[in-house]
Ligand binder design. Structure first.
Ligand code: GTP
Ligand code: ZN
Length: 354
């Protein structure tokens, strides 16, 4: 096995010098911690790289494969480019600006983590499933803290989750009793990359510690702070598990604002799609039309009204996002031309003077 395979390498990129490839394991303010399978390096982006950056999606993210120039003795490196991603989980960055944020890259599986002891929010879960399908990875749902729930409560919750997570594996587990951990690992065999996503406090970092069998991530109960008063661990980080898989831990998200997802709507709402196709009216809004198959399904309980509303709402949200992004792109293009024509203008004035 070559050393890149120990950090999840499975790309079929041709003409590549193995010694120049590394994987991003953590993103710091202006530097990237990268691993080549043997050694860790602190790396920066090359000037050429920075000149080509157009959007936030062009910066390296945790899980990315990068082509680098290494200074082995100093354990430093310069990043020249990002290799094409096979998957990327994107959300709208927190705040009001229209900007994308990559949560994790090149993962095979996204583990959507929820806790059994908190109110489960099925609408939120639909968002995570949608974004996961859009990312190009496969979703798996994890329900933590099963030690705090009786079996019948767990069964009820699983039944509810099954209705919104059609065909998605659901794993109830406990970081305390370790029930469910073995099952989780069947979805993360050697060489594969997973990412843990979900709200704050559901037990993502604790799960990383459970899987590694050591305390590598700080968790809510103990916040370790170093001498300069900073938290000692970066929260968004990729780890190697003892079974040879890779796992990305991410900070809890307060809300998952969609960035894109039109192509993933069908996979997320397979049940609704089937009903829409069964509807005999070709132009149906599935709203108030008498005889509509969707409305019939809602009336007889086959489809929940909340789920159908959520389906419509997410579609509206995605269309709105798309318009906002298009407007932003137009504005950027306009500004780019303004800048170019201004530059040409000053250049011609300069020439005339001479
Ligand atoms: N009873 C029980 N408590 C758990 C379990 N897993 C985690 N916890 C507790 O839940 C709390 C939050 O755990 P974290 O691992 O910090 O949660 P997180 O998802 O990483 O949170 P953020 O880092 O804020 O995103 C801690 O007090 C853990 O000890 C579990 O399986 N059972
Ligand atoms: Zn209809």
């Amino acid at each position: 096995m070559n050393k890149l395979e120990t950090i999840g390498w499975d790309q079929s990129v041709q003409d590549i010098d193995e010694d120049k490839i590394a994987r991003v394991i953590a993103v710091q303010k202006n530097s990237y911690r990268i691993l080549d399978g043997e050694m860790e390096y602190f790396s920066h982006l090359s000037g050429k790289f920075l000149n080509q950056v157009v959007s936030s999606l062009d910066y390296p993210a945790v899980g990315d494969w990068v082509e680098v120039q290494k200074l082995v003795d100093e354990q430093k490196a310069v990043v020249n480019r990002i290799l094409p991603r096979k998957s990327q989980f994107v959300r709208q960055a927190a705040g009001t600006r229209t900007e994308a944020q990559i949560v994790a890259a090149n993962m095979d599986t996204v583990f959507i983590v929820n806790s059994l002891n908190h109110d489960l929010n099925l609408r939120r879960m639909e968002r995570y499933i949608l974004s996961t399908y859009e990312s190009g990875a496969t979703p798996v749902i994890i329900l933590t803290k099963r030690d705090e729930c009786a079996q019948d409560e767990i069964d009820t919750i699983i039944a509810q989750v099954e209705e919104v997570a059609i065909g998605v594996p659901i794993i109830p587990l406990s970081n305390i009793t370790k029930e469910g951990i073995e099952e989780l690992l069947t979805y993360l065999p050697a060489g594969k990359t997973g990412a843990l996503l979900g709200s704050s406090g559901v037990g993502k970092s604790t799960l990383v510690n459970t899987l590694i069998g050591d305390k590598v991530q700080e968790t809510k109960d103990v916040r370790t702070v170093d001498s300069r008063g900073r938290h000692t661990t970066t929260h968004r980080e990729m780890f190697r598990l003892p079974n040879g898989s890779l796992l990305i831990d991410t900070p809890g998200m307060r809300e998952l604002q969609l960035w894109e997802g039109e192509t993933a709507i069908d996979a997320t709402f397979q049940d609704v799609e089937v009903l829409e196709n069964e509807c005999k009216f070709t132009d149906c809004q599935h709203d108030t039309e008498p005889g509509c198959r969707v409305q019939e399904a809602i009336a007889n309980g086959e489809l929940s009204d909340e789920r159908f509303k959520s389906y419509l709402k997410l579609q509206r949200e995605l269309a709105y996002e798309r318009r906002k992004q298009d407007q932003k792109a137009q504005l950027e293009e306009k500004n780019r031309w303004k800048k170019i024509s201004k530059m040409q203008h000053t250049q011609s004035k300069f020439r005339k003077k001479r």
